[in-house]
Ligand binder design. Sequence first.
Ligand SMILES: Nc1ncnc2c1ncn2[C@@H]1O[C@H](COP(=O)(O)OP(=O)(O)OP(=O)(O)O)[C@@H](O)[C@H]1O
Length: 237
Amino acid sequence: MEYCIEARNVVKRYGSFLALNNLSFTVPCGGKYALLGPNGAGKSTTMKILSGLMKPDLGEVKVMGYPPDSTEARRLLGYLPEDPLPYRNLTVRENLEYIATLRGLENPREVAEKMISLLELEQYQGVLAGKLSRGNQQKLAIALAIMHNPKVLLLDEPLNYLDIPTQEKVISLLKGMDSTFLISTHIMSIALRLTDYVLVISKGSLVWQGSIQQLKAMGREDEPIESVVARLMTELK
Ligand SMILES: Nc1ncnc2c1ncn2[C@@H]1O[C@H](COP(=O)(O)OP(=O)(O)OP(=O)(O)O)[C@@H](O)[C@H]1O
């Protein structure tokens, strides 16, 4: 099987605090995976390492066989950080055109136009990113993460700050993409709608993995999936 994301024996410390403790998992190409875990489990740290933003202290991480900070991986990867910071002093349109140019996309203006329309940012295209509401900043960050139709998409809490119609819009946008997904979230409905396989981490290690179907099967009759996951996380603590 071909893996699009590989993390092997990853260790990451912040000072003396062990954030990732020998974390290993793989995501096959085309896989739609959710990354779940209690607060502080190491999800965002994992995403930062996979995106090449941060280096592990030990272990190995690969994106389609490349180190995440390589030019090849950067071309293949899209990353939506938990607290995205677009260029605050550029407008929405300028942010999109600038990043499209940096990514070497063929027609940055057309790409920017398309993303503005896809995410319904028309009325904000001339607004400085730093002046946008949190929700519109999130929409811009999503546009920046997916503009190059990445093969591998890392999404850290993708629906944060979005109103309900926009959440639905973004879900259908993501559903239409054939990228490999790793989505870190606390919202089970996102995992249910966008992914079919779950990785659960706790204290920086992988503690459970399985399909959404397996997860559902662990529940009592009519038990909400949130309750199953809560039980799982409590038992594994
Ligand atoms: N820059 C940092 N310096 C020190 N400790 C950090 C730093 N970043 C994260 N940590 C700690 O590492 C642990 C893992 O953090 P991380 O953000 O990866 O967890 P998470 O699973 O994404 O949590 P949450 O669900 O609360 O967002 C936490 O205990 C956090 O306090």
